[in-house]
Design a protein around this ligand. Structure first.
Ligand SMILES: NC(=O)c1ccc[n+]([C@@H]2O[C@H](COP(=O)([O-])OP(=O)(O)OC[C@H]3O[C@@H](n4cnc5c(N)ncnc54)[C@H](O)[C@@H]3O)[C@@H](O)[C@H]2O)c1
Length: 350
């Protein structure tokens, strides 16, 4: 894309705007922030200063009159659909934080409005932009792993308190659940990206300690319609881990999503191959530590996502992560919660 950068506005100046969207926009060659909105005037002032934004609004609806090309929706989950629908109603394209909405029903309404207004509705699932994930997808799509046998998506991390002090994260009505609606939705997206539609789900877990009132640890077995299985393992209680394994009949791709490392093992694994893999991992990690990307990896991933969305707007192509893709992950989330509640297998695709 050549020409002026698209004009973006950001609604919500919390941690994801500060650490993902605004630094991503600062790096983007295709879009730039021109306005921000937040209910909290202090957050607004601090953010405007940090990211050199001229126009600030305590009422996002007034900001929407700025004729923005893209509105970034970075508010709590239960407000996504309202803010996104208002922005689309003003003719703006939207980049909505994950999960797109708290329910499939809400998300379908958002897709309908995007179609009616002829604007792009895109969800922020930035982990698709980890270079090792993209490389694995290329290798897999070229058939170099063979036919899918199984996948494992594991993410264990701290409870959101270390990220945000907001309380809505722990209210299932506002968050759309607990861990599956939060970090689980990212991993479900990756399972769907490689595995395709899911036929059946069987899940266990929930409020593991029995004292929290929301689910903190969930495991789910997915049966893909095209063959093969996927295993989701997310926990806010277990020690840190962020891995994706794709096992095919001809090879295995193991992605360490923290170190951006991809171990692509064929039957011809040998010590030299392992040596070069480890050497590359050390070099890559050293580079990422020096340029601080290792400790703050979100800006680069968001910049790539924003640039793709900007391209889709200027060339009138589907956005990188469509509403339909988001709905498939939400359907899966709802099936997982149903399976846990009813203690039985749940059919997803009839
Ligand atoms: N993609 C990711 O990896 C990732 C990571 C963390 C959070 N998120 C998502 O990003 C969203 C925001 O998360 P967060 O941790 O920044 O939340 P937060 O609650 O800490 O911050 C949200 C901000 O929005 C503001 N806000 C609330 N209602 C508003 C309104 N009506 N108008 C304007 N501003 C309003 C709040 O004042 C606050 O500053 C959530 O949907 C969350 O799920 C995504």
């Amino acid at each position: 894309m050549t020409g002026p950068r698209l004009r973006a506005g950001v609604v919500g100046c919390g941690p994801i705007a500060q650490r993902g969207h605004l630094p991503g926009l600062a790096r983007s060659k295709k879009a730039q922030v021109v306005a921000i909105a937040d209910l909290d005037p202090k957050a607004l002032e601090k953010t405007a200063k940090r990211f050199h934004v001229q126009k600030t609004f305590t009422d996002y609806k007034i900001m929407l009159d700025e004729k923005l090309d893209i509105v970034h929706v970075c508010v709590p989950n239960h407000l996504h659909s309202r803010v996104a629908i208002d922005a689309m109603g003003h003719g703006s394209n939207v980049l909505v934080e994950k999960p797109l909405a708290t329910s499939v029903e809400e998300a379908k309404q958002m897709v309908k409005v995007a179609q009616e207004m002829n604007v792009k509705l895109c969800e922020a699932k930035q982990y698709r932009y980890i270079p090792a994930v993209q490389r694995a997808l290329r290798i897999y799509s070229e058939g170099r792993l063979g036919k899918l046998v199984s996948m494992q998506a594991q993410w264990h991390t701290d409870i959101p308190l270390t990220w945000s002090h907001a309380e809505w994260y722990y209210d299932p009505q506002k968050s759309g659940g607990g861990i599956v609606s939060d970090i689980g939705i990212h991993m479900l997206d990756l399972l769907l990206l490689f595995g395709g539609p899911v036929k059946r789900v069987s899940a266990a877990g929930g409020d593991y300690l029995g004292t929290m009132g929301f689910d903190t640890s969930v495991q789910a077995l997915l049966e893909f319609s095209g063959g093969g299985t996927g295993f989701l393992d997310v926990s806010w209680l277990a020690p840190y881990s962020k891995m994706l394994d794709i096992v095919g009949t001809a090879g295995i791709a193991t992605i360490d999503m923290q170190y951006y490392s991809l171990l692509h093992a064929n039957y011809s694994r040998n010590p030299m191959r392992d040596f070069f893999h480890d050497a590359r991992k050390i070099m890559r990690t050293a580079r990422r530590v020096v340029n601080k990307d290792f400790f703050d990896s979100l800006p680069a991933l968001y910049a790539a996502l924003i640039d793709d969305l900007a391209d889709s707007i200027t060339s009138n192509k589907p956005p990188p992560i469509t509403g339909e893709i988001a709905i498939r992950a939400l359907e899966l989330k709802e099936a997982i919660y149903k399976s846990i509640a009813d203690k039985r297998e749940v059919l997803v695709v009839a």
